[in-house]
Design a protein around this ligand. Structure first.
Ligand code: CA
Length: 225
């Protein structure tokens, strides 16, 4: 596993670098937005850990830019900006998780492990979470062998949630992921898609459900047993 740490503080570069390397990860460290964009374009990382206050720009804009370019691997934000509003902007920018500074290094490693467990890679044609399987090539979704009666937009919604399974996906990210060029999707449309997809999952007896995280977005989670 190879990670990229984007952090401009020498002290944190050293401390976090030691923690991550000792945990067995291959690690590259850069201290600027320019360094982050260049490294992410040249090396295939499994995860990015990104500080937001960087000398040549804002980490949020850099994350947004990477996602727009199709970067699909998990991104964990580490920052001193810890208000709820700031966490929401972080997730909206396309990050998968958010760890406010100061944090415990054990918690950092736990978040990294959790993010690396997720199916973050979009290149595989079949995505599986719990009993639910979506075959992008065949444009079909199944749960426990049964075909799910989902329309194209609902399958796409399910894919967006499955790619970040377990994490909260901001409503705005879903809107932009599902909007066709020149055709914006309204926030009500997302709600309607979620509601119908959720119903199909429940009726099929799937072992995952779409949870609403009020004011933030949605998360695909295993059903409580
Ligand atoms: Ca900083």
């Amino acid at each position: 596993m190879r990670l990229l740490l984007v952090e401009d503080s020498d002290r944190l570069q050293e401390l976090l670098g030691e923690t991550l390397r000792q945990a067995g990860y291959g690690l590259d460290v850069v201290g600027t937005v320019a360094g982050m964009l260049e490294s992410a374009a040249t090396v295939s990382y499994d995860l990015l850990i990104v500080d937001l206050g960087l000398p040549d720009g804002d980490g949020l804009d850099a994350i947004n830019a990477l996602r727009t370019q199709g970067f699909v691997k998990p991104i964990l934000i580490i920052t001193a900006r810890g208000s709820v509003h700031e966490r929401i902007s972080g997730l909206d920018s396309g990050a998968d998780d958010y760890l406010p500074k100061p944090f415990n290094h054990g918690e950092l490693l736990a978040r990294v492990r959790a993010l690396l467990r997720r199916p973050g890679d979009l290149s595989g044609p079949v995505l599986r979470v719990g009993s639910v399987m979506v075959d992008e090539a065949a444009a079909e979704a199944h749960s426990g062998g049964k075909l799910l009666d989902l329309r194209l937009s609902e399958r796409r919604l399910l894919l967006v949630l499955m790619r970040r399974a377990g994490a909260v996906v901001a409503k705005a990210s879903i809107e932009s992921a599902l909007s066709e060029q020149g055709r914006e999707l309204s926030s009500n449309a997302v709600e309607a898609l979620v509601s119908r997809t959720r119903k199909v999952l429940v009726e099929s007896g799937a072992d995952v459900s779409i949870e609403t995280v009020r004011g933030v977005g949605y998360a695909l989670k295993p059903m409580p047993k």
